[in-house]
Write a protein that binds this ligand. Sequence first.
Ligand SMILES: [Zn+2]
Ligand SMILES: [Zn+2]
Ligand SMILES: [Zn+2]
Ligand SMILES: [Zn+2]
Length: 331
Amino acid sequence: MIDLLSLPFMQRALIAAIFTGLAAPAVGTYLVQRRLALMGDGIGHVAVTGVAVGLVTGTSPTWTAVVVAVLGAILIEVIRERGHANGDVALALLFYGGLAGGVLITGLGGQSTLRLQQYLFGSITSITAGDVVVTMALAAVVITLCVGLAPQLFAVALDEEFARVAGLSTRFYNVLVAVVAAVSVTVAMRTVGLLLVSALMVVPVATAQQVTRSFRSTLWLAMGLGVLASLGGLLVSTFAPYGADVAPGPTIVLVALLGFVLAWPAGVLIRQRRRREAPFAGDVPPEHLTTDHEHLHGKECGHPAVPHGDHIDYVHDGHRHAAHGKHYDEH
Ligand SMILES: [Zn+2]
Ligand SMILES: [Zn+2]
Ligand SMILES: [Zn+2]
Ligand SMILES: [Zn+2]
């Protein structure tokens, strides 16, 4: 076992797994909070065309995927922001077009769809040294932005209306999250594949939310769970019984899902206890179940208010938070 782990291809896979496991749930935390859990899935479908362009033109599929995924993500954000009634049809056309276009371009360019498959379902054990460097660099950018800009991104994700009133450019931060999501899709492409990438962005976040209460702790725990799932899935697939062909990408996703299944009963218990201890924390006014509602956290906003030291906390969307100038803090 130790011998296998000391092989260069295995070490490359382990490094890629760690960085993917950190980056994907980091941006996923913001997507989940904004109820855009499937955005990563959409970007993944669009990125298939980017990979195909790279394969056919003989350039790096990673870089062509980054470019196409970022363009797709901005397009998705523009369609979403306009919020037209037929917006989801436009998104569906984009997603299916991306996937079908990618398969078609690969075939037309005389490339085997087997090559494309490596990107659809991941191929972490065939990752090259160059790929690892790119993965690390892109993941570092994603993690730095998600952690470094956490106060602003939290504020926009928690309450877009309030963030706008407080003077934050919500459009800038929304587009930034979309672009960062596109980059992390590319990072995770070699690990779990474009068709499963969204799982690694969303499932660790959903698991973390079972036991955490504040945004910040969800972010950190989700990143930790992402690393555990990536490493766990990789090791399970590596040490599967001889003769069994266990693909790492799907295994990583299943390990992440197993984590959620295990955390769920704990979440139920924690929520029950919280409801008893703090009766105000559990009942979220139904008008706050959407992200686009208008209110200022003032006397009339209708949120339960709790004095807390020198300021007032508002119970809002199941969280207790206070506005500090241009951002929210969880308390
Ligand atoms: Zn609200
Ligand atoms: Zn309020
Ligand atoms: Zn407070
Ligand atoms: Zn503050």
